[in-house]
Design a protein around this ligand. Structure first.
Ligand code: GSH
Length: 223
């Protein structure tokens, strides 16, 4: 086995890479990284100076691959399985990358902003930034509601990169902002939750959910 994924089971961007690995039953070793442990943090920084996970290490090809999207593209190129994540048609691939960027930038990072604020000490919080992030999440929901079909996956019949990106961000975003009347979005999320790869990710994360930062009294009062 040449692949190791450096990850944490609660990390949404790690989920994105895990979904792709599970989709194809790609063999890999899972190295759980505790960023609170200085030695483990140092080891991750040696692999990737940005110090964030997921990071995929491939001893066969002597490659270290950071960034969830790039990991998925790398797997698609070098360890392909029945599920293909990027279409071979160049124009279709561009649309997939565009939707993946949209989900990461306008949904996933906005959710990180809201959750990250819960970890800040009182007095160093950014309620205005949190409100802006929530507004963006609602706008992004509306855009997705307009894009999604009533069945299938984000880009049609085939499960791909965009679905890997959507599942983790929608999971955590839905705990911040409910989908409300956006029925296509709600139904799509229900389909994602029962997809075997994502259901497995959620099951494995379950024992860690208590570690997820909750809103405190000051933050709920600011809502
Ligand atoms: N753009 C990166 C984002 C990775 C990222 O933000 N990972 C978070 C966990 S979800 C992380 O490592 N956080 C640790 C930290 O910021 O110290 C990707 O797509 O992989």
């Amino acid at each position: 086995m040449s692949l190791t994924l450096h990850f944490h089971p609660l990390s949404s961007f790690c989920w994105k890479a895990l979904i792709a690995l599970y989709e194809n039953d790609t063999p890999f070793a899972a190295n759980e990284v505790d960023l609170g442990n200085p030695a483990e943090r140092e080891a991750l920084l040696k692999l990737s100076p940005i110090g964030r996970f997921p990071v995929l290490e491939d001893t066969a090809r002597r490659e270290v691959v950071p960034e969830s999207t790039i990991i998925i593209e790398y797997l698609d190129r070098h360890y392909p399985g029945p599920a293909r994540f990027i279409p071979t048609d160049a124009e279709a691939a561009l649309q997939v990358r565009l939707r993946d960027r949209f989900l990461d930038l306008y949904l996933h990072l906005q959710m990180q902003k809201v959750v990250g604020d819960r970890l800040r000490p009182a007095g160093a919080r950014d309620p205005h930034g949190v409100e802006q992030a929530k507004t963006q999440i609602r706008k992004s929901y509306d855009i997705l509601e307009g894009q999604l079909a009533t069945g299938g996956w984000a880009m049609g019949a085939n499960f791909g990169l965009v679905d890997c990106a959507a599942a983790p961000s929608l999971f955590y975003c839905s705990q911040i902002e409910p989908f409300g009347e956006r029925r296509k979005l709600g139904a799509y999320f229900e389909r994602l939750k029962v997809r075997a790869s994502f259901a497995r990710v959620l099951k494995e994360a379950e024992p860690y959910f208590a570690m997820f930062p909750k809103e405190d009294a000051e933050q709920s009062a600011a809502r």
